[in-house]
Structures are given as structure tokens and as C-alpha cells.
Design a protein around this ligand. Structure first.
Ligand code: AMP
Length: 523
């Protein structure tokens, strides 16, 4: 049997840790250990004079080289530059993520086969700019990005697949889902929080609603411990370890380890070292839970909202699936039990499930159009469809008597792909061009939304009266990518169809970055 899955991997490009999986010949998703033999690779890059180091070693030496080490790059995806210069140079987040992906690709290649295609996951709440940045990072790493899919979708796919395996060898997905199942996917990772409501039914997988926070994750829980310990140290010695990059980096590692310890024990200790002084600090789980309660509450409120925005009540939800390393904290399970009345299902490997789902999605894409005679393994997925929803409302900025307003064309949680056309009007007589500003967000006020791009419809016919119609079509693709088209209905003239992004790598620079990363020595 030829290995139709060869050359394709699923990648969970995480804020703190990344994971790669492939589909074995029998179609079972399998995590690929990295060169150190670990299943997870820290998403950390150390920039050296003659190359870069990625992963465990870069994380371990972060305290020694804080100004050369990039952590939490994912939080900056979509921005022009990474939050701090590295070794005196500004780096684009796409390039740093591209370096991490290149290392993952190289590690898989030493174990399996040459990798050319990948499905990369993103938080459902990632906007178009961040999705495009992730896709560009894949290209910089020398990968053909088959698709970008949402992390909760990937997790639920993986859950569905493992449920299928548990129920024995079935010929199609629908044999393991005898009835429709509605599941809540609560995904709290190192840097982002995502929550989605998904419905798994025979041969169909549908996201009903999604929400989240791209700036809420394990790092924030770590910061609570860092601040508590640093305040105690300051009280004792009148010195603040947060002001020195090395002391802060050491404290940051100790805080994360203390957080892990508190998932399994009721108290732990950490050592704060700064300015020649040392202070052991005890922290109990009760205190930790109390100090981090506002963070957990933010996830609770968003989780509640997601069920409401899907038009459902908690009685409609059959399963709660946990994804992301942070869901090992007892406070998460307790909160979800109180909120949902259900015991969360922790049967999935929280750190690997997203990469597994990405690999499965790649398998589904490759299986399109196959018959059972072609390949029985893949053919069982050939009719399986996944439906996602928009994570953000998409609108156009319009001028009104009271200033600029957001005219929403595609609302949040609309099914993807979604297309909507609306007629707008020119403002003044003889207007020769129209500037179309594309907004993301629900607020009625344009200034309260994020402008994700703009383009100009030029060369309108002369002497158009004021209030002449202009047609604007918004397309939200299945991968969450956006296209907006402006048209003058009288002449049929089209405006620029690509978004002029406020940030993002220009095409020529992208090619150059890919060439440079290909030449880099990555350790
Ligand atoms: P992920 O992005 O899903 O890989 O999650 C990584 C986050 O999970 C980091 O903030 C880790 O510190 C955190 N994490 C991993 N294991 C544990 C644990 N046992 N208890 C608490 N947090 C954990």
C-alpha cells in the first residue's frame, strides 16, 4: 500500500509549545518526537551570531540571554515586529515563527520523510491579519500550507477520531456517532484562550459558535506568581527582581514550575534570586486560586457567552472537552463543573490533540474525491465535511451625520464560507473614487473597531450624482481569510480585490525571508 499521507504533517504552533503529528499508514494520528526525543518543542528562539537555536535549549538559556531570546512570538503575530529587538535587530513575528516551523519540519524529516505540506492550527479567535501571518510563517519555513484551521476544531476532530477508534474499526465516521453530539471545547494554552461549541454528527462536523481572548493564557497565571513573589522580595530587600532581565527570566521559569506543581499539590515553594539576595517563598493552591480568580472568571464569562450566542442552554451540551496544558489546573475543572454541571472529559492528550486534529484535517483534504477502491483508509473520510464560523463581525466604515459608523456585513458566528453584498452610496457629486475601509468588530462606532484593511475603487465615471450606488461584497473563506470586492454597478468596474493591510510582509520580502531562513543554521 502506498503511503498517501507521506510528506504531510499537522502542526500546532503554540504560544509556548509546539507539536507536530503525521498520519500513519493506517490513518492514525501520531505525534512525532523532536530531535531531543520530546513530544513538544518549546516555541522559543535564541538568536546567536552564527545561527539560531530553537526549542528546549533556547528555553533553558533564556535567563542567560534574555535580550536575544524570543518567547511568546504567537502573541505578536499580526504585528509588524516582535515585541523586542533580538541581538539589536528587529524581527518580524512571521520570520521567528517560520524559524520554529523550519526546525519542526527538519525534526520530522530526520525521522520520517521529506515534508512539503502542512496544516497549521490557529486560535479560533485569530483575526485575518494573524491568520495571514501564520500562513506566511509556513511559507517562510518552506511549507506548502494546505490549510489553516482553528485549534478547537482540530481538537474536536481528534476527539471524534479517537472515539471512533475506541468503538472499533468502523467504515465511516458516522458509525461512531450514533447520534448528534454537542461538545464544548475549552482550550486554555500558554498564551491564548479559545472556547467553541461544536456539533459532531454523521459525516459532518460543525462549529456553532466560538469566542476567546488572544491575550489570555498560561503566561498571565505565571505573571500572577511572578508579581506576588517579586512584591514579597521587594518588601524584604527593597529591590525589585522584575527590573533586571536576567533575574526576571529566572523568576519566570520558577513561577511556571510552581504553577505546574500546584496542579498536583496543595502548596509549593520557589526561590527568588536578585541583587545578591535569595528569598524562598511559599505559595499555596488556595492563595494561587484566589489571586488568579479574575483570570479564570474571564474564561468563565466567555464560556457562558458562547453557549448563549449559539442559542443553546447548558442542558443541550453533552460533553466538555479540555485542551491546552493549562486545563490540568484543578481550578479549571472545578469552574467548568460548576458552570456546566458536567465532568470535563480529559481523555485526550491535552498537549497533542490539536496537532493530531490538524493531521486528520490534512488527511480529509487529501482524501477528497477518493473512492474506496483507491484507498480504503482515506475514502472513509472523503465525505466528511467540517463547517466553521466567523470569529469576528466584518463590516465597512460608512460616513453618517454623527461621524463614522461600522456597517456590519457578516456578523460574528456566521457559517463559513460566508458572502454578503450590500449597496452603499457615494457621498458627494462627481466623486471619482471611493475609499473602502474594512472593519472587524461588533461596535457601532467605527473607531471602536479594528481596521483590517482598506482599498480604493478608482476611476468612477465622471459626473456621478451624489448618493450613487456602490456595491461591496465581503467574502469570508472557510479558512477564515477575507476578501472584499468593491464594484461600481453602473460601469461594472471592480476595485482592488486584495486588502491593503496595515501590517504584514510584502510578497517580495516573503520570498527573501524564506530564502534566508532556508540558509540559516538552526540548532
Ligand atoms: P499549550 O499552549 O497548550 O501547550 O499549554 C502550555 C501552557 O500550559 C503553559 O502555560 C504551561 O505552563 C501550562 N501547563 C502545562 N502543564 C501544566 C500543568 N501541569 N499545570 C498547569 N499548567 C500547565
Amino acid at each position: 500500500m502506498t503511503d498517501r499521507f507521506a510528506g504531510m504533517i499537522g502542526i500546532d504552533l503554540g504560544t509556548t509549545l509546539s507539536c507536530a503529528a503525521y498520519l500513519a499508514r493506517d490513518g492514525v494520528p501520531t505525534t512525532v518526537p523532536n530531535r531531543e526525543g520530546d513530544l513538544l518543542t518549546p516555541s522559543v528562539v535564541l538568536v546567536e551570531d552564527n545561527g539560531v537555536i530553537v526549542g528546549r535549549e533556547a528555553k533553558r538559556t533564556e535567563c542567560l540571554y534574555p535580550t536575544r531570546t524570543a518567547v511568546c512570538v504567537k502573541r505578536d503575530m499580526g504585528n509588524e515586529y516582535f515585541s523586542q529587538p533580538l541581538g539589536g535587530f528587529d524581527y518580524r513575528p512571521e520570520v521567528l515563527s517560520g524559524i520554529i516551523l523550519r526546525r519542526i519540519k527538519a525534526d520530522v524529516e530526520t525521522r520520517l520523510w521529506p515534508v512539503d505540506e502542512a496544516v497549521i492550527t490557529v486560535p479560533a479567535y485569530f483575526d485575518d491579519t494573524r491568520r495571514k501571518a501564520t500562513q506566511d510563517a509556513g511559507q517562510i519555513a518552506g511549507l506548502n500550507v494546505l490549510d489553516i484551521i482553528n485549534e478547537p476544531t482540530a481538537a474536536a476532530l481528534s476527539y471524534a477520531f479517537s472515539a471512533h477508534l475506541k468503538h472499533g474499526e468502523a467504515a465511516s465516521f458516522h458509525e461512531f456517532t450514533e447520534r448528534e453530539m454537542t461538545a464544548l471545547v475549552y482550550d486554555l494554552g500558554g498564551g491564548t484562550f479559545d472556547v467553541s461549541l461544536v456539533r459532531i454528527s454523521p459525516n459532518r462536523f460543525e462549529t456553532l459558535a466560538t469566542d476567546g481572548d488572544v491575550r489570555l493564557g498560561g503566561k498571565d497565571w505565571d505573571d500572577v506568581i511572578i508579581n506576588y513573589a517579586a512584591d514579597e522580595f521587594f518588601r524584604q530587600f527593597d529591590e525589585d527582581p522584575r527590573t533586571d532581565p536576567e533575574s526576571r527570566a529566572v523568576l519566570s521559569l520558577a513561577a511556571e514550575q510552581a504553577k505546574h506543581a500546584l496542579s498536583v499539590r496543595s502548596a509549593t515553594r520557589l526561590m527568588v534570586m536578585h541583587a545578591g539576595q535569595r528569598l524562598p517563598i511559599e505559595i499555596t493552591r488556595n492563595l494561587f486560586d484566589e489571586l488568579t480568580a479574575p483570570l479564570l472568571e474571564r474564561t468563565r464569562a466567555t464560556t457562558d457567552l458562547v453557549v448563549e450566542s449559539a442559542g443553546l442552554v447548558w442542558e443541550d451540551v453533552d460533553r466538555v472537552l479540555l485542551v491546552g496544558g493549562m486545563t490540568r489546573m484543578p481550578q479549571v475543572r472545578r469552574m467548568l463543573r460548576e458552570l456546566t454541571g458536567l465532568e470535563a472529559d480529559g481523555s485526550l492528550a491535552a498537549d497533542e490533540v490539536v496537532a493530531h486534529g490538524a493531521a486528520i484535517h490534512g488527511g480529509i483534504l487529501r482524501s477528497r474525491g477518493l473512492s474506496a477502491a483507491d484507498n480504503p483508509q482515506l475514502a472513509r473520510w472523503s465525505n466528511f465535511t467540517t463547517i466553521d464560523v466567523t470569529a469576528h463581525s466584518l463590516g465597512i466604515c460608512v460616513r453618517t451625520d454623527r461621524g463614522y459608523a461600522n456597517s456590519v456585513l457578516i456578523p460574528k458566528n456566521a457559517r463559513l464560507p460566508a458572502t454578503h453584498t450590500r449597496l452603499f452610496q457615494t457621498h458627494s457629486a462627481n466623486q471619482r473614487q471611493v475609499r473602502i475601509r474594512v472593519l472587524q468588530g461588533d461596535a457601532p462606532d467605527a473607531d471602536a473597531c479594528l481596521q483590517i484593511g482598506e482599498f480604493v475603487l478608482e476611476n468612477l465615471p465622471p459626473n456621478l450624482p451624489a448618493q450613487s450606488p456602490i456595491e461591496v461584497e465581503c467574502r469570508y473563506g472557510s479558512d477564515g481569510r477575507i476578501k472584499v470586492i468593491g464594484r461600481d454597478p453602473a460601469s461594472g468596474r471592480l476595485a482592488e480585490t486584495t486588502l491593503i493591510r496595515p501590517v504584514g510582509i510584502p510578497e517580495a520580502e516573503l520570498k527573501q525571508a524564506a530564502e534566508q531562513v532556508a540558509q540559516l543554521t538552526i540548532g
